[in-house]
Design a protein around this ligand. Structure first.
Ligand SMILES: [Zn+2]
Length: 68
């Protein structure tokens, strides 16, 4: 009878720890995604002439008549 409860407790613990591990992994992934998004926003610079936000990869705003 006690063994039965021990097995049951073991199963519950296994499920609980498994769930916690998954939720922690999802949380870490979400935090990483948010950090990446924040970084990409911070990397953007505003064109000093037209104010368009451009990424360093774009180089310039590509607007006709804008030197930047
Ligand atoms: Zn511009």
């Amino acid at each position: 009878m006690i063994l039965k409860y021990l097995v049951l407790a073991g199963i519950i613990a296994a499920v609980w720890f498994g769930f916690k591990a998954i939720s922690r992994r999802n949380k870490a992934k979400t935090a990483e995604d948010q950090r990446k998004r924040k970084e990409s926003v911070e990397d953007m610079t505003a064109c000093s002439v037209c104010g368009t936000f451009v990424t360093p990869e774009q180089g310039d705003c590509r607007k006709a008549g804008c030197p930047y």
